[in-house]
Design a protein around this ligand. Structure first.
Ligand SMILES: [Zn+2]
Length: 671
């Protein structure tokens, strides 16, 4: 029996066999196609209900089965599941392409959209109508046949170029190694990094130590190795990826991608690629993003210059360095940080036993949002380590099911994330509550020691739990607007804001207790955590802003006159450089976020989200970090609303005004 062929509520993990997935997904696609056909073949006049709403409720079984499948592929995979994923992915993209290019369906959607002025729709329904219409129009549904053809051609070419861009970087990364056989060259490097490098050497049948341009090898090397010459060698190799005279050079590809994106935007009636992208962002326009970045730069720059001077003085005193170079940055910063704070993870970890930290996160959710978490052992899971909770409100109504999967194991990918096995929606008057999951990779307990978290892991847990609350407290009608289905530059608000509680004494007192003595974390440590979090914040901010400005320089204007990648980059960086330029290096040709991944015109989002979370958290600081009234307002206006209205509207309802950068500047010590 295939338990995924029929409807289910809780995912039936223990009954699922790997061979069930493919037939279940095929079956669900057939079902979804039928639901769409019901819409297109309807003889009645297209209405919001029979078209827009019906479209949003369609494909439910497909969503359920594929979310179970892809969540397992991330958290508990094996060769067989990975093989099935190779078969499933093309089926799913074929299906979604069929929907996106369905002319009959678009006709119906457009018919409803064209009469939107005469319809009586709630704000959520207006948003849904807009979203469904734009889902087609932004893919060219309104274009005449020949231009549609051009658009498909551009999309195809862009897909290939992005792929090649990534392959080139990978090839360049893999092609380089620094092989060392004299241990004296590696003075300064901690034991763990040495061992890892010896391991890499062994794998390559070599003596001594091998370092590569992969982050786990590259970062410690730049941070700790005393030899300035070797650091320089590594840094130059890293910065030259995609910029050398060989088959993997990305310069032409970067120019081509920028120009094709511009051409695509123009075809669809937008000024630039950034205008196209930002139409569906909280920020709204390239002008707003550029102003945002430059305003922050004005504030961060004087602090960054001061910090740079400090670092220069420090390096001069320590090693008589006259001119700091890029390859000195991580090295001297690490040394200066140690001198100033002397705060290592080992001192803090005993105060952060995993169970205590989880309880702390639950307490925060209880005080602010009136949630209760009860661990239950009757819910089916995909691994014995997964904990399950029933989440209820103050009147004992079920709010959500929460899964927590904390430890690394073979078959789980790296990192930490929030996901769900079932989204929230209201259908036929029934509020269907969500099944939300947090997956992390925290050190496992041993026989003698519980799982103790670093402070960074504590904030990670709160961060993912914040995303989790966004999913759990969702209260919308339509599935595609529920929970975390919000604009990209808004989605990190619920997660990042929750991290703030980790820095508050009042919150730490609840849970940060020594696992052996029960002693509450000393005030001195709390102060140090706060101070060290702002170490070199000016320089870090300026660096982030420089990447955002570089992104906008490629996507926020007509790129057709750009002929040289490096020249363009130097121009974009002119207000944000601290270190001398390295002519043989170039960042754009390896800037995967914007040329391979999905961050084009979106790099500013990192800072944008920080401004949001600091500004929103200030509301709590003003009224008390556990003030239930503010908690209620945050849940009501932000967490429960998902993407039902424009995020700026939601935000202003919570905060009374647009977010301002002052709170972030204050928190980061930049004022
Ligand atoms: Zn996040």
């Amino acid at each position: 029996m295939n338990s995924l062929l029929n409807k289910f509520d809780l995912a039936p993990f223990s009954k699922i066999k790997n061979e069930d997935f493919l037939p279940a997904i095929k079956n669900a696609i057939v079902l979804a196609k039928k639901e769409i056909a019901t819409i297109t073949e309807n003889n009645e006049a297209p209405s919001f209900e029979n078209t827009i709403e019906a479209l949003d409720y369609s494909g439910e079984q497909l969503d359920r089965v594929s979310s179970v499948f892809f969540n397992l592929n991330s958290a508990e995979t094996n060769d067989e599941i990975q093989k099935i994923a190779q078969e499933v992915s093309p089926l799913l993209s074929e299906f979604s392409n069929d929907v996106a290019l369905n002319v009959d369906l678009f006709k119906k959607v457009k018919a409803v959209y064209d009469q939107k002025e005469n319809l009586t729709l709630s704000p959520e329904q207006q948003t849904l109508l807009d979203k469904k219409y734009k889902g087609f129009s932004r893919n060219g549904a309104n274009l005449p046949e020949d231009k549609k053809e051009t658009l498909r051609g551009i999309d195809k070419e862009l897909a290939t170029l992005k792929l090649t861009f990534g392959e080139n970087i990978l090839a360049e990364t893999n092609a380089y190694e620094l092989h060392l056989t004299d241990k004296n060259d590696l003075k300064g490097l901690p034991e763990g990094a040495l061992e890892a490098a010896a391991q890499v050497a062994k794998q390559k049948d070599k003596d001594g130590w091998v370092f590569t341009l992969d982050y786990p090898s590259y970062i410690p090397f730049m941070k700790y190795v005393d030899s300035r010459e070797l650091r320089k060698k590594m840094a130059l190799a890293f910065g030259a990826r995609g910029f050398q005279k060989n088959d993997y050079n990305n310069e032409k590809i970067v120019l081509k991608i920028a120009k094709l994106r511009y051409q695509r935007a123009q075809l669809l009636g937008y000024d630039t690629h950034a205008n196209f992208v930002l139409e569906e962002r909280m920020s709204g326009s390239p002008e707003k993003v550029t102003t945002f970045l430059n305003d922050l730069l004005d504030k961060a720059k004087p602090v960054a210059l001061k910090e740079f001077k400090e670092l220069e003085t420090f390096a001069k005193e320590l090693d008589a360095i006259d001119q700091l170079q890029k390859w000195d940055s991580a090295y001297y910063s690490e040394k200066l940080k140690n001198k100033l704070f002397n705060l290592d993870d080992e001192k803090l970890k005993p105060y952060f036993k995993l169970e205590n930290v989880i309880d702390g996160a639950f307490s925060v959710a209880n005080k602010l949002f009136g949630l209760h978490f009860k661990q239950v052992n009757t819910i089916d899971t995909y691994h014995e380590e997964v904990k399950t909770y029933e989440v209820t409100d103050n009147t004992n109504n079920l709010v959500a099911i929460f899964y927590a999967d904390f430890h690394p194991r073979k078959g789980k990918r790296n990192g930490a994330w929030m996901t769900s096995f079932k989204g929230q929606k209201i259908k036929n008057g029934v509020n269907d509550r969500p099944h939300v999951s947090n997956v992390c990779n925290f050190t496992k307990p041993t026989e003698t020691k519980p799982s103790l978290l670093t402070f960074n892991e504590v904030t990670t847990l709160f961060h993912e739990f914040g995303h989790g609350l966004h999913g759990m407290l969702a209260n919308t009608t339509y599935p595609s607007l529920s929970g975390t289905s919000v604009y990209w530059d808004f989605v990190e608000l619920p997660s990042q804001i929750l991290e703030n509680w980790c820095f508050e004494k009042e919150c730490l007192d609840l849970f940060a207790k020594h696992y052996e003595t029960g002693e509450t974390i000393p005030m001195e440590f709390v102060e140090k955590i706060k101070a060290s979090a702002n170490f070199q914040e000016g320089m870090a901010t300026m660096r982030q802003l420089s990447f955002g400005l570089l992104d906008m320089s490629w996507h926020g204007a007509n790129p057709n006159d750009i002929t040289n990648v490096k020249t363009q980059e130097v121009l974009a960086f002119k207000n944000t450089t601290l270190y001398p330029d390295v002519p043989e290096n170039c960042m754009s040709v390896a800037f995967s976020h914007i040329f391979q991944g999905g961050y084009s015109s979106g790099y500013y989002s990192y800072k944008w989200a920080e401004v949001l979370d600091a500004d929103a958290f200030e509301a709590f600081q003003e009224q008390g970090i556990f003030n239930p009234e503010i908690g209620k307002a945050f849940a009501e206006h932000i967490l429960s609303k998902g993407g039902t209205e424009h995020p700026m509207t939601l935000y202003k309802r919570f905060r009374g005004q647009e977010p301002k950068p002052e709170a972030l500047l204050k928190r980061a010590g930049l004022l």
